[in-house]
Design a protein around this ligand. Structure first.
Ligand code: SAH
Length: 351
């Protein structure tokens, strides 16, 4: 079955035409879905009964069913069930009047970073474009009831976005469209573990989305230990691809560095990192490790984080840090874990 939210506006019009319907129906359907909050084709009153029946029989919508939500002061975590019974999570982050949705791009993750709950079981499957779009759409609908809107998107939930390239790109284009949520590309951020060909390909798409590399180590040797997946790509090639992305798009590059006590948080690591990034137009975002159940890793003391940052700054590398929001409900970076129905009662605790 085709999926409604995987269609761009033009694609839906083409599809309708192939079905022997009028192209202008696409505008009515988009209006129902992205403006009026329709929960089914049945509600689309200006479409004839017969057409509504054909749409329902041929186009999957909605694909996501909300299982539960969990609130903390600044975040809300949403657990969704997909049509095949798999589950994914999204996180809404509130910061002043900014509403950011952290999107999942896959069920599970192939990268298997040592500190992350999402990849513990490996990759189950990639999400379709519609399954990504609906995360933002359904959260936006809930916000609208309070007079709020989603204005920023980060592809930092479960999964590796560039390992699901086509669906992620499609979701960016759909969510950017003025007929849908109309979120500016400059307010979208894709985070990658470093897929060289994916970064280079994205640079050629004529987009202005921000790109973040999850770096986590100042050299390939240590990086391979922290991110098994990184074996496939020499660090120099990844950094060259990131530079290329910056040149092609004019966007600033951010390097994310999860600080793990006694593993990558030493003075020598900070100095080596500063040397590695010397002369680059970039920001390093330091994320003190968020605890994941079952992992024997530790979050560095605050003084360590501050010292690490000071070394980078003293070498002319811009660096930011803060403890992540949402760690009290396991909604912070790396805390989104695979959920099976048997774990439902355990919701919120990474399994
Ligand atoms: N696969 C993509 C996107 C998902 S991870 C990537 O690797 O970038 C999003 C960010 O959260 C990454 O920078 C990741 O390293 C970080 N992260 C994951 N687990 C974490 C944890 N336990 N503590 C702190 N940051 C974590």
């Amino acid at each position: 079955m085709e999926e409604l939210c995987s269609f761009t506006f033009e694609e839906l019009a083409d599809w309708l035409e192939r079905m022997g319907e009028k192209r202008f129906r696409a505008a009515q359907i988009f209006d129902w879905v992205y403006r009026k909050g329709a929960g089914s084709f049945e509600e689309m009153a200006n479409l004839g009964k017969e057409l509504r029946g054909r749409l329902a029989a041929n186009l999957g919508f909605p694909l996501l069913k909300l299982v539960s939500t969990q609130d903390s002061k600044e975040t809300t975590k949403f657990l969704w069930e997909l049509r095949d019974g798999q589950r994914v999570e999204s996180v809404l982050i509130r910061s002043f009047d900014r509403r950011t949705v952290c999107l999942s791009s896959q069920v599970g993750c192939p990268a298997r970073c040592a500190f992350c709950a999402s990849g513990k079981e490996g990759l189950v499957r990639s999400l379709s474009a519609a399954e990504i779009v609906e995360q933002a759409l359904l959260i936006d609908r809930m916000l609208k009831e309070k007079g709020e809107r989603v204005c920023h998107l980060v592809y930092m939930g479960m999964g590796e976005p560039l390992e699901n390239y086509d669906a992620v790109l499609k979701s960016i284009r759909i969510l950017n469209d003025e007929k849908t949520l109309h979120i500016s590309q400059r307010r979208m951020t894709v985070s990658t573990v470093g897929i060289v060909e994916g970064i280079r390909r994205l640079a050629g798409e004529d987009l202005s989305v921000n790109l973040v590399l999850s770096l986590h180590a100042p050299n390939q040797h240590l990086r391979k230990k922290i991110i098994p997946f990184a074996r496939k790509y020499p660090l120099e090639e990844i950094l060259a691809a990131m530079d290329f992305y910056g040149e092609e798009t004019g966007r600033d590059i951010t390097y994310e560095y999860t600080l793990l006590s006694k593993i990558n948080d030493g003075e020598e690591h900070a100095l080596e990192l500063a040397a590695l990034l010397k002369g680059k137009q970039c920001t390093v975002n330091l994320i003190p490790y968020n605890p994941v159940e079952g992992l024997r890793l530790e979050r560095p003391e605050k003084e360590r984080v501050v010292a690490f940052r000071e070394i980078l700054e003293s070498k002319g590398i811009r660096a930011t840090w803060r403890y992540t929001k949402g760690d009290d409900i396991a909604a912070a970076c790396g805390q989104l874990a695979l959920k099976k129905s048997s774990e439902l009662t355990n919701f919120g605790v990474p399994g």
